[in-house]
Design a protein around this ligand. Structure first.
Ligand SMILES: Cc1cn([C@H]2C[C@H](O)[C@@H](COP(=O)(O)OP(=O)(O)OP(=O)(O)O)O2)c(=O)[nH]c1=O
Length: 196
């Protein structure tokens, strides 16, 4: 079965490759607009679904299309990717010294049947207390800019994280256990060859 990742995120490509799958990447180009007042996990699923659907429209023949969306939730605020460095600063000052949630919504759509399975994964993340200087220094590295909540746990941002509870890969942008469970529903075989 042809597998298509509907995402421009290099982290998601790396993680899907880690699952041993051969796949193509077709970015959805979907804008992540928070239109409705949905609970955060439903919002993440909705955005993942929109990405999968937008790629489905452009695909002919049989394919499985994977959409994902990662958001950071702090209290009643949903943080996406910062639009500039000022916003990255605000986000990190809000997250430092506190526990927040990272939610990734997943949508897997089979074409041409349009059969679709959705799910989400939630991870608790505790960020260390940070000074303004810490935050300014981190922003100067450029790492926060394309990431939800303005940090990347897989990079320099890993130093800011004291503890997580739940799936690490979910924080990076693709909960590979949860995705494996969905792919099994579509009878995708991941353990096909010797990996080592
Ligand atoms: C919290 C966190 C997020 N991220 C990234 C994962 C996602 O790429 C990004 C969240 O943005 P998304 O909107 O989920 O994805 P994207 O815009 O990068 O790609 P596309 O819409 O094409 O699928 O934040 C990390 O890399 N590390 C982290 O620790």
């Amino acid at each position: 079965m042809r597998i298509i990742l509907a995402s421009s995120s290099p982290r998601r490509s790396d993680l899907l490759a880690q699952m041993g799958l051969k796949f193509e990447v077709i970015p959805s180009g979907q804008e992540e607009k928070v239109v409705e007042n949905l609970p955060p996990h439903q919002l993440a699923v909705e955005l993942a679904l929109k990405k999968a659907e937008s790629v489905a429209k452009r695909v002919q023949g049989c394919a499985l299309i994977i959409g994902a969306d990662t958001i950071v939730v702090k209290g009643d605020k949903v943080l996406g990717k910062p639009k500039d460095e000022d916003e990255a600063f605000q986000m990190l000052m809000e997250l430092q010294g506190q526990v927040h949630e990272v939610i990734t919504g997943l949508a897997v759509m089979e074409m041409p049947t349009r059969r679709c399975v959705t799910a989400y994964e939630k991870t608790l993340v505790e960020m260390a207390p940070l000074t303004r200087q810490d935050v300014e220094g981190y922003i100067r590295t450029g790492e926060p800019m394309d990431k939800a909540g303005a940090y990347g746990i897989q990079g320099l941002g890993g130093m800011l994280i004291k503890r997580i509870e739940g799936c690490y890969y979910n924080v990076v942008g693709l909960p590979i256990h949860r995705l494996w469970v969905i792919l099994k529903e579509f009878e995708v075989e991941v353990f096909t060859e010797r990996a080592v």
